[in-house]
Design a protein. Structure first.
Length: 130
């Protein structure tokens, strides 16, 4: 049995990692939909299928999908080679050092902060109109 990421809802992931959206076949995805989309996305990122399959066995398909989605939220210069980055994430998972849930929590915070800042700007702009 595959363990689902505890604090991550499958419907939340496309909002946090928007590049995943175009690979989804359902507007209300479940974990199998997310994993299938991440598999297609990993192919376009150049992450080898053999590495994806290894990650699915070692970390679980859902966790591997979250890892692929997280890669798409990083700046290209931070990632460099997506396959190498994913391999590094898998190595961290094996060592017990990968904290995907914490990473997703930070993504939520960043999105909420941007929304708050944008809303505050709109209020300020609206308030300054005579």
């Amino acid at each position: 049995m595959t363990e689902h990421p505890r604090s991550i809802a499958p419907s939340d992931l496309p909002r946090l990692a928007p590049k995943l959206k175009q690979y989804l076949r359902s507007p209300l995805p479940a974990w199998p939909d997310i994993a299938d989309a991440a598999d297609r996305l990993r192919s376009d990122l150049g992450i080898p299928k053999s590495l994806w399959e290894e990650a699915c066995v070692v970390m679980g398909r859902e966790q591997a999908a979250v890892a692929v989605a997280v890669i798409t939220t990083k700046e290209p210069e931070e990632v460099g080679n997506p396959g190498g980055y994913f391999r590094g994430m898998l190595a961290k998972h094996i060592a017990g050092e990968l904290a995907l849930e914490r990473t997703v929590w930070r993504l939520r915070q960043d999105i909420d902060q941007k929304r708050y800042t944008a809303d505050a700007s709109l209020v300020t702009a609206a308030g300054s109109i005579p």
